[in-house]
Design a protein around this ligand. Structure first.
Ligand code: PEP
Length: 255
């Protein structure tokens, strides 16, 4: 199955609005020739709208970094999937390990968010991944399995197929320590097998599984050459055009 690669930049709580819009413009200009890869930018919420406007007419899509699962209501500070859709986002990151560790996001909450996002036609980028302690205790597959199964438990076959899964070992995020391509592939293969067990092979073959955790221009190509690695969720290296564009352009020799 030919899955279109998807490279997403998670800017987290970085950049001013004007710097974010300028970075999005540069990335748009420099990525326009790479049509065989889906490019997604995930800016902090205040800059989603100006960036969506700036990217109009370009294939680059925008993602929110989080959402609430409710349709609307008294949830001060939260973003509803319908509002995210209204602002022009095609994707939303859910279950990022920073949200899980710092803000108590549970597997069940991730599942409810995935459900509401699909109701609004927004594609969830569902982050899963183990801590170093869990890896050392040989719990990696159990942990990602539990996170994944709960996250997709309320989705139908087609919704699972169009969701994006981001495998992000917590010990590799922002640490400069990357999973080796073989380590990542082993977990990605297991993730796909879990989907096969729940939704069958045809659906599992359609799901794009990103790797995230210190992806850089110098390691992206080896990671992406693994069979079940279909993209990257990039944190630090998405904050400068040079490194992000090199990651998007990983199949070419030079940008
Ligand atoms: C992330 O936070 O999703 C991430 C992968 O960060 P970094 O690339 O900086 O490790």
């Amino acid at each position: 199955m030919n899955r279109k690669p998807i490279i997403a930049g998670n800017w987290k709580m970085n950049l001013s609005i004007s710097d974010g819009v300028a970075l999005a413009s540069t990335i748009r200009d420099r990525c326009s020739r790479y049509r065989d890869v889906d490019v997604v930018l995930s800016p902090q919420a205040m800059m989603i709208w100006p960036i969506v406007k700036r990217l109009e007419g370009s294939p680059i899509q925008v993602a929110a970094q989080n959402c609430h699962w409710a349709e609307k209501g008294a949830f001060t500070g939260e973003l509803a999937p319908a509002q995210i859709k209204d602002a022009g986002c095609a994707y939303t990151i859910i279950g990022h390990s920073e949200r899980r560790q710092l803000f108590g996001e549970t597997d069940a909450a991730v599942g409810k968010k995935a459900r509401t996002l699909h109701d609004q036609g927004v594609i969830p980028i569902i982050c899963i991944g183990e801590t170093l302690e869990q890896r050392e205790a040989a719990q990696t597959i159990n942990v990602v399995s539990q996170q994944l199964v709960t996250a997709i438990s309320d989705l139908n076959d087609d919704e699972v197929a169009t969701s994006v899964i981001a495998y992000e070992p917590v010990w590799a995020i922002g640490t400069g320590r990357t999973a080796t391509p073989a380590q990542a592939q082993e977990v990605h293969r297991n993730i796909r097998e879990i989907i096969v067990r729940h939704h069958g092979d045809a659906i599992a073959q359609r799901v794009r599984i990103q790797y995230g955790g210190s992806v850089k221009p110098n390691n992206v190509r080896d990671l992406m050459s693994e069979h079940d690695i279909d993209g990257a969720l990039v944190g630090g290296a998405s904050l400068t055009a040079d490194s992000f564009v090199q990651i998007v352009a990983h199949r070419e020799d030079i940008d």
